[in-house]
Design a protein around this ligand. Structure first.
Ligand code: SF4
Length: 326
């Protein structure tokens, strides 16, 4: 098939829009959606001056999503006096996996001239995921431990690096899967707590709300959340970006796998399903955030007795898991 924009060979047929796109127009389309999301979510500051730019910390794993996000942000905002980019990678302690993806991160950030920081579970918590999987005191999946540790180090290091925003490379498929999982769990309060620019635009009150519990709550954003996974992968391939595509040996999220398959089947039969799920979810999250904010806001968050992080429990989830491991 030919590209609907220029007649060159098409590399993509996007069933949800009906468009056929060539390599160049696919790349332009992905970049345009990221720029539009940054604009619509009000991520750019109005008032930062050249001497005092905002710091955007970008979570960079070396996988295709975070590599594509870092590439587009660096090309778009690398010379923008309002923004300074810092890439942050996490080493989970997984032999034969993370070392290779960190090499991809170093290559990319060196090419782009973006500052790059690496933090490890070993240094932070004295644990490595390879050992956590062996010990497994709570009989949980590796990802259940790993996700808690990653959220903690990303938030704390983003705060330490003076981040105004923490940007992650979640794509449309990731977001639609998470939305469906949260909805099926039926926990609307949890959904409301996740509402910031990662689901809807930064507006004064929303940005401040995420900070009320303490400096650790660096507001999050997901500028790639309008772009389907397949298009992110194609973009990385067309532009020959140094993305690491090997799957983690501990990857095992059975429920997410079922949701993934369900969404894949729905999208095949009803193109546009992922977009409509996200449109409804964002509206619901905004309503829920307003409702719970009005009733109790973040008022029930205290400090973890062990590490001082904001938590609704006496000991936060991360400290609870670490206590069980040692
Ligand atoms: Fe951690 Fe799971 Fe990701 Fe592996 S797949 S790095 S265990 S979250």
């Amino acid at each position: 098939m030919d590209c609907d924009k220029c007649g060159a060979d098409a590399v993509l047929h996007a069933a949800y829009s009906g468009l056929h796109l060539c390599e160049d127009h696919l790349c332009q389309s992905v970049e345009k959606r990221v720029r539009r999301r940054v604009r619509e979510d009000n991520l750019l500051p109005d008032d930062a001056t050249a001497g005092d730019p905002e710091t955007w910390v970008v979570g960079l794993s070396g996988g295709k999503d975070s590599v594509v996000l870092t590439q587009i942000l660096a090309e778009t905002f690398g010379r923008d006096p309002r923004v300074e980019l810092v890439a942050l990678s996490v080493h989970e302690g997984i032999d034969g996996y993370r070392d290779e993806s960190l090499a991809a991160c170093r290559e990319l950030t060196a090419d782009l001239g973006v500052a790059h920081e690496v933090v490890s579970y070993d240094e932070e918590f004295d644990v490595r995921m390879d050992e956590v999987v062996e010990e497994d005191p709570h009989d949980m999946s590796a990802c259940a431990y790993c996700g808690v540790f990653r959220r903690d180090v990303l938030s704390r290091y983003a705060a330490d690096l003076g981040a105004d925003k923490l940007l992650t490379g979640h794509n449309l498929d990731d977001e639609a899967e998470t939305a469906l999982m949260n909805f099926l769990e039926g926990d609307i309060r949890k959904l409301s707590q996740q509402f910031d620019a990662s689901l809807g635009p930064f507006e004064g009150a929303d940005a401040e709300r995420t900070r009320e519990g303490g400096e650790e709550f660096v507001p999050r954003a997901k500028p790639l959340r309008d772009v389907p996974e397949r298009e992110v992968a194609l973009y990385a391939r067309v532009r020959d970006l140094p993305a690491h595509i090997t799957e983690c040996p501990h990857a095992e999220e059975a429920y997410r796998g079922e949701i993934q398959q369900l969404l894949y089947d729905l999208e095949e039969r009803h193109p546009g399903t992922r977009h409509s799920i996200m449109a409804g979810y964002e509206e619901l999250a905004a309503l829920a955030a307003g409702e719970y904010d009005a009733s109790d806001g973040d008022g029930d968050l205290g400090e973890c007795a062990e590490c001082g992080s904001p938590t609704a429990r006496e000991v936060c989830r991360k400290c609870g898991l670490l206590d069980a491991l040692t």
